[in-house]
Write a protein that binds this ligand. Structure first.
Ligand SMILES: *[C@@H]1O[C@H](CO)[C@@H](O)[C@H](O)[C@H]1NC(C)=O
Ligand SMILES: *[C@@H]1O[C@H](CO)[C@@H](O)[C@H](O)[C@H]1NC(C)=O
Length: 135
């Protein structure tokens, strides 16, 4: 009995030493926000954009309206994407967040595409959507 307990303790200790916890994530941002601003003279960029002076940031930098309006799906694909990202909501810069409204006509489609290093959540508000993933 004592021998098997000793064996168990030694085995557990070896396994604990042999394995190490591993995590994979992006490094933490160095600042809470970096509101994007277009400055053609700037030489320092964060995520490809220049940070607005934090003292000049306003609530409007984090506001975007219009996602309540349906897009015009009268096109060849029968779908339209209304994206909200750093280009039209500068406060999203470096936060790794974007959102999109996609309107589909009956049998409309959104062509295969990728979102490198991104996670996508789809919420269907009305109708039925067929979606697939491939590796
Ligand atoms: C920056 O410039 C781009 C390209 O001209 C434009 O699409 C975008 O809306 C501008 N962003 C800001 C925050 O002014
Ligand atoms: C939708 O787009 C089509 C094709 O461009 C256009 O003929 C039509 O007027 C648009 N409809 C609206 C409501 O904007």
């Amino acid at each position: 009995m004592a021998l098997s307990l000793k064996f168990l303790v030694v085995t557990t200790a070896i396994l604990a030493l042999a394995s190490s916890p591993s995590t994979a994530s992006d490094p933490s941002p160095l600042q809470d926000f970096c509101v994007a601003v277009n400055d053609s003279k700037a030489t320092v960029f964060v995520n490809g954009k220049v940070c607005k002076d934090p003292k000049l940031v306003t609530a409007d930098d984090f506001f975007r309206s219009g996602l309540n309006k349906p897009g015009n799906t009268s096109n060849q694909l029968g779908s339209v994407v209304t994206a909200v990202n750093v280009n039209n909501l500068p406060g999203l810069n470096t936060l790794g967040i974007s959102v999109a409204r996609i309107d589909f006509a009956r049998r409309g489609l959104n062509p295969p595409h990728t979102h490198p290093r991104g996670t996508e959540v789809l919420v269907v508000l009305k109708g039925k959507l067929i979606s697939s993933f491939s590796t």
